[in-house]
Design a protein around this ligand. Structure first.
Ligand code: ADP
Length: 208
């Protein structure tokens, strides 16, 4: 049996990841291909603790936060209940809302990027995405969308931080351009235009 395709969506908060993941899943399902959506932090026990850190309820050092995300990522890949690796082996296409590039972009605001990349080396070894799709929007547009539609502002959703995060994404893509397949789409276009562009980029993965 052919393995499933693994696609990671990346972008700053409010870039439109959830919207595009939904639209892509519909297109894949229409083709009769089994598709599983997931997100980070995971729904597992390490993910749950990580979410509490994200909301600021639990306070700890930034290096600990980065390590928690790395641990949750590995658990998300390898756990016996609903691990991504087993699904991909089983021929299921998996789409994740965030993967290790989110760590490179967000945690490198506070700790050196090379350390974050090294901390996630095992995840990259276990399962590298067939494609990473980065939905690129500027921090101003992101802030407009976030404040219009959300009632709470999480720790990471501050404009100056989002600017740094976006720059870190671009820096990480450049650093890892030899190893990773990354597609950058313009997230300021309409939802339909972005969805069409993403489909043009990924459809060949399903034609093998
Ligand atoms: P993310 O998952 O990256 O945080 P969402 O998909 O939740 O982003 O989108 C954030 C907000 O922006 C939502 O209210 C969504 O409806 C809106 N949105 C998403 N894509 C676009 C787009 N291309 N143009 C305008 N608004 C958008």
């Amino acid at each position: 049996m052919n393995k499933g395709i693994f696609i990671a969506f990346e972008g700053i908060d409010g870039s439109g990841k959830s919207t595009q993941i939904q639209l892509l899943t519909e297109k894949i399902n229409e083709k009769g291909i089994r598709c599983y959506q997931t997100c980070e932090p995971s729904g597992g026990p390490i993910g749950s603790l990580t979410r509490q850190i994200l909301t600021g309820r639990i306070k700890t050092d930034n290096r600990v936060i980065a390590a928690m995300f790395a641990a949750d990522r590995l658990d998300h890949l390898l756990n016996e209940v609903d691990g991504i690796v087993a699904k991909v082996e089983d021929g299921i296409t998996v789409i994740t809302d965030r993967y290790y590039f989110s760590s490179y972009a967000y945690h490198s605001v506070d700790v050196p990027m090379d350390w974050v990349i090294k901390t996630n080396e095992e995840s990259a070894k276990v399962l590298r995405p067939d494609m990473t799709i980065f939905i690129d929007i500027d921090a101003d547009t992101a802030m407009e969308r976030i404040t219009k539609n959300r009632f709470h502002t999480e720790l990471f959703e501050k404009k100056s931080r989002l600017e740094k995060v976006r720059n870190n994404y671009l820096k990480a893509f450049d650093l890892l351009k030899g190893e990773e397949k990354v597609v950058i789409v313009d997230g300021t276009k309409s939802m339909e235009e972005i969805s069409e562009e993403i489909w043009m980029q990924v459809k060949h993965l399903f034609e093998k």
